[in-house]
Design a protein around this ligand. Structure first.
Ligand SMILES: *[C@@H]1O[C@H](CO)[C@@H](O)[C@H](O)[C@H]1NC(C)=O
Ligand SMILES: *[C@@H]1O[C@H](CO)[C@@H](O)[C@H](O)[C@H]1NC(C)=O
Ligand SMILES: *[C@@H]1O[C@H](CO)[C@@H](O)[C@H](O)[C@H]1NC(C)=O
Ligand SMILES: *[C@@H]1O[C@H](CO)[C@@H](O)[C@H](O)[C@H]1NC(C)=O
Ligand SMILES: *[C@@H]1O[C@H](CO)[C@@H](O)[C@H](O)[C@H]1NC(C)=O
Length: 390
């Protein structure tokens, strides 16, 4: 018991010593400031973020400010902390941030803003963070994101947007995030997601989509194909359970057979022709436009299939014609040859030879009559002895 106390006391002393030599500024009470590593989580005091930051060593590479009641990150608050690699601001009450709140943090690799009250993010909030590999925005109140929100975060590998209130993902949100391997959209309000929004993230290996009210209608077919593709290439996706329509409720989008979406294809053909579509229930406005655009690949596939089928049918017919013609030729030749032999063996008359040669002359002009003549002759040949036939 006593030795344990001693260890605790001496380690505490060591930490204080390390803190005082490794830093340029003193460490505020409630924080622990080790070499490169400053922990000011759970401060349990009513200080503003800036008043804490003013007292902290600038050269830390790790800063934990989690679980305080900070509400605001003022512009340039972290401008003296340019060595930071890891910043944890999770579990605060942050609702106000400015475009330059995180400026000068160009070495920062991990930024954790989870469990705050962020509703909107300034467009340029992350624009200087060009070393960022992980961004955690889990558990906020984000309703929408600007398409350029993550622009320039070329090193980003993990993006956590789970448990927000996102109703949509802008088409170009992931443009340029070619290193993104992990993305969570879990627990939002997404009913639909365009495949084209995900395609720019070419390195994506893990995608979390569960806990959204997915509307598994025709619009979600491209996403279904994309998920199947990701799974096929060795990636992993959690379940994307459908909320709508009623007959697919609770079913995982990926496990629904394409047969269930068969009605989607005639719909496309009707929407292509506006006058024909008038009598049918076609979603109005932008939804209708989306649908039309999204089904274009289907029409292309259909056209290709038609061409292929037509080609195969033509090919078969051609081959059959050639075979028939060849058969006719050979048959006629054999007949002529056999006839000649028989005639030569039976008598010396010249007339039958002339008759036998006739099909050979006709061959060059027109194949069909030859075949006809050959067939007639064949029937005659079989019915009567050769002598009678000629
Ligand atoms: C502290 O950071 C510096 C520079 O980032 C690094 O060289 C050093 O190894 C780090 N020290 C510890 C104990 O992490
Ligand atoms: C932080 O806010 C919570 C409620 O949101 C409150 O219970 C807690 O006492 C606050 N802490 C401080 C240090 O003000
Ligand atoms: C920061 O501190 C909190 C509370 O002590 C802890 O739960 C969290 O894991 C810490 N963050 C990191 C990145 O270590
Ligand atoms: C950064 O450090 C300088 C010099 O120590 C100080 O004057 C300035 O107020 C600091 N800036 C912030 C935003 O804390
Ligand atoms: C989705 O379905 C899977 C398996 O059917 C289940 O484990 C999971 O809890 C479901 N998710 C939700 C949010 O209902």
């Amino acid at each position: 018991m006593r030795s344990r106390m001693n260890i605790i006391i001496s380690s505490g002393l060591l930490m204080t010593l390390l803190g005082s030599c490794g830093t340029s500024t003193s460490c505020p009470s409630g924080c622990s400031c080790n070499v490169n590593h400053t922990d000011c989580s759970d401060l349990n005091q009513l200080a503003s973020l800036d008043s804490i930051l003013d007292q902290l060593p600038f050269d830390a590479s790790y800063l934990n400010l989690s679980n305080n009641n900070f509400t605001t990150v003022e512009p340039g608050s972290f401008s003296n902390f340019s060595d930071l690699l890891h910043l944890d601001l999770s579990r605060n009450l942050l609702s106000v941030v400015f475009p330059s709140s995180f400026s000068h943090l160009n070495k920062l690799q991990v930024l954790d803003l989870s469990e705050n009250l962020l509703v909107r993010l300034p467009i340029n909030l992350f624009s200087g963070l060009n070393s960022l590999t992980e961004l955690v925005l889990r558990d906020n109140r984000l309703k929408e994101l600007n398409p350029d929100q993550f622009k320039g975060l070329t090193e980003l590998r993990r993006l956590d947007l789970s448990f927000n209130s996102l109703c949509s993902v802008p088409t170009h949100l992931l443009d340029g995030l070619q290193n993104l391997v992990w993305l969570s959209l879990m627990g939002n309000k997404l009913k639909t997601l365009q495949r084209t929004s995900l395609e720019p993230a070419t390195a994506l290996q893990q995608l979390l989509l569960d806990g959204n009210p997915w509307n598994c209608n025709c619009n979600l077919i491209p996403l279904k194909h994309w998920l199947e593709w990701i799974a096929y290439t060795g990636g992993s996706i959690d379940s994307a359970n459908c909320s709508f329509p009623a007959n697919l409720h609770g079913k995982d989008l990926r496990s629904i057979p394409m047969e269930m979406f068969r009605h989607c294809y005639p719909l496309y053909l009707e929407t292509r022709n506006p006058s024909a579509a008038e009598g049918h229930q076609i979603p109005a406005g932008s939804a209708g436009d989306c649908m039309r655009q999204r089904y274009r690949p289907v029409s292309v596939r259909r056209a290709t299939a038609t061409v292929v089928v037509a080609g195969v049918v033509c090919g078969v017919v051609c081959v059959m014609m050639v075979v028939t013609a060849t058969y006719g030729c050979i048959y006629a030749m054999l007949m002529a040859h056999e006839q000649q032999q028989l005639i030569e063996g039976n008598s010396q008359r010249q007339q039958p030879l002339m008759v036998a040669k006739e099909p050979e002359q006709d061959e060059k002009e027109d194949l069909m009559p030859t075949i006809g003549k050959g067939a007639t002759e064949c029937v005659a040949w079989m019915a009567f002895p050769p002598e009678v036939c000629v």
